[in-house]
Design a protein around this ligand. Structure first.
Ligand code: 0L1
Ligand code: MG
Length: 256
């Protein structure tokens, strides 16, 4: 087995069994970003081989708040599968995860292929719909600590997503107020502008980054734009909701 395959099995098993692992860079400090994306690809291929379906991608670390929270200062992307979808208004089982956090996002549904260098206008015209969303991130690394290569290999902590009602992208979504509530109390307050100044830039970046891995964004794909604020570490008994100005709301409750 190659090192890439060994590492892919380690992160995949950690995800599958909700078990914290040591950072890969502890044993291999030279692990490059390219190696990390190769590990991510193989680990997600293992999930696909188990029957999961690819549904799109997530952009991560696209806001200052997120970069500061985890101490990594570059954007990255990860792969999403249908098994990660959580029911809007439903519950998430905390024991299925290591140390889950939720973060406020917006998500795009695409109706055109995007790949490589695209303009903001081209990206915008590929958006069929937009929705409020929360991403469930769950680093598989002990203490939620990692380097850029570690987090990429771990599929940028992708673990779940809850998506609200889709609506036409004809609303100006550059600077929408976003408030995340825990049991009705606001815990994170931000704006969609925190995502690279305009969330469409996250889509432009996504098209470029996937092309670097020889892939593209396809019609029907969803693309999560990235957390607009720091993430919230969830506790059993909490109901967490997000309200995005003009886009609506989304919520989920946390059980044992
Ligand atoms: O914005 C993100 O989705 C970041 C994911 C990677 C870092 C983290 O786990 O918070
Ligand atoms: Mg995210």
């Amino acid at each position: 087995m190659s090192t890439i395959e060994e590492y892919a099995e380690i992160v995949d098993e950690a995800q599958r069994t909700a078990t914290a692992i040591a950072q890969l860079t502890t044993t291999n400090p030279e692990l490059s970003v390219d190696d990390a994306y190769a590990i991510q690809k193989v680990s997600v291929a293992r999930r696909i081989a188990r029957g999961e379906k690819r549904i799109g991608i997530k952009m991560g670390l696209t806001s200052r708040a997120k970069m500061q929270q985890v101490g990594v200062d570059q954007a990255a992307w990860g792969r999403l599968t249908d098994a990660m979808i959580l029911e809007e208004g439903g519950t998430l089982k905390k024991s299925n995860f290591v140390h889950p956090r939720l973060e406020p996002e917006v998500v795009f549904l695409l109706n055109k292929r995007l790949s490589g260098t695209v303009t903001e206008l081209e990206a915008m015209s590929a958006v069929e719909a937009i929705a409020p969303a929360m991403e469930l991130i769950d680093s598989r690394y002990e203490n939620f600590k990692f380097t850029l290569s570690d987090v990429i290999a771990d599929n940028t902590s992708s673990s779940g997503l809850v998506i609200g009602a889709w609506r036409s992208p004809d609303v100006d979504f550059q600077n929408l107020g976003m408030v995340m509530f825990v049991n009705g109390r606001p815990v994170q307050i931000g704006s969609s502008a925190a995502i690279l100044g305009h969330p469409v830039r996250s889509l432009v970046m996504a098209a470029k980054m996937v092309a670097q891995s020889g892939e593209s964004l396809e019609p029907g794909d969803i693309v999560m734009a990235g957390g607009a604020t720091a993430a919230h570490a969830v506790s059993v008994g909490e109901t967490i909701s997000l309200e995005v100005q003009h886009l609506g709301s989304v919520s989920i409750s946390v059980e044992e």
